[in-house]
Design a protein around this ligand. Sequence first.
Ligand code: Q9C
Ligand code: ZN
Length: 358
Amino acid sequence: MKVVHTEGHRRHDPKVETYLGLPLPANEVPARADAIRDALVADGGFELVDPQGHGAGPILSVHDPGLVRFLEEAWPAVQEQAIDREFLVADTYPTRGMFQGMSDEFVASRPETRAVGGRAGWWGLDSSNPIVAGTYVAARWAVDVALTTVDLVLGGETAAYGLCRPPGHHAAAAMAGGYCFFNNAAVAAQAIVDATGERVAILDVDVHHGNGTQQIFWRREDVLYASLHADPLRLYPFFLGYADEVGEGPGRGANLNFPQPLRADDATYLADLDRALERIAAEPGSIVVVSLGFDTFHLDPIGDLALTTEGYHEMGRRVAALGRRLVIVQEGGYHVPALGGNARAWLRGAEGRHFGGA
Ligand code: Q9C
Ligand code: ZN
């Protein structure tokens, strides 16, 4: 299988994230992608491919131009305002209670503000998502990785894997968050719709609900979003990801959430995977985008499910058994020592190769 990869991800290299206001070592670090790349190279069955630049156009087809502008300007603005620090986290979020009783129209007329600590809140979901000097460049590379993966599949590959970093599925049209800046999977899905005119399904198997992907396609019937994730009553993003979120308008019925119980094991998880795959199979279309996370792993430091490496092999096998072409993009997964083995197992399963051996 071809693996789209670039060293460009390294430009997003936060040392610290804040959690409940306290600094902790960052989870979403370059070593994650290194571990996956090294394991796939060592396997011998994968071929690394460089991404091609696709420009900002495909990003703007799913994202608000204001988000792109903010991410491009954020670091220069930090420097201009002579804020002496290595990373930016919002100071103030325009959260719902601030505007209680005010009309939608009036609220929409409030300005973005010029202060970078306010702008980061305006365009951001949470306080665990540091922006550093190279974040914008790396996030642009991640989109190019996803789009090059699409090109490979449109060019005839049965499946291809984009080693995206930073990840994307928490990023909504007008919002970054959860270690995500641009929604790589959503940009990829839109590019497939634009190129083929077909319906596209996005299967999200990261441990977190992909609130950004759900938001972007909420009213769309041409892009089906199906996600398995830890119940948001326990885990980020807390406020979306419940089973009653089915989409609205033309998109009603094209959004499917499967919240998982605490410590869900392979068997529990794979039973819901089958339900999601059944729904995808009922929809026309020849390509599925997979938002692939390994933070469902039993040892993951921020997830609370209990999947195993064998479980990933079986998951890859079942997803490929749909018989559709796969654009696989990397999302989360933070237990770095197991990331390589887990990616190898999933992708080998998707190719119909055995769990181990050649
Ligand atoms: N102490 C993805 O997996 N909150 N994003 C983390 C950790 C945000 C994870 C708090 C988690 C986002 C792509
Ligand atoms: Zn995640």
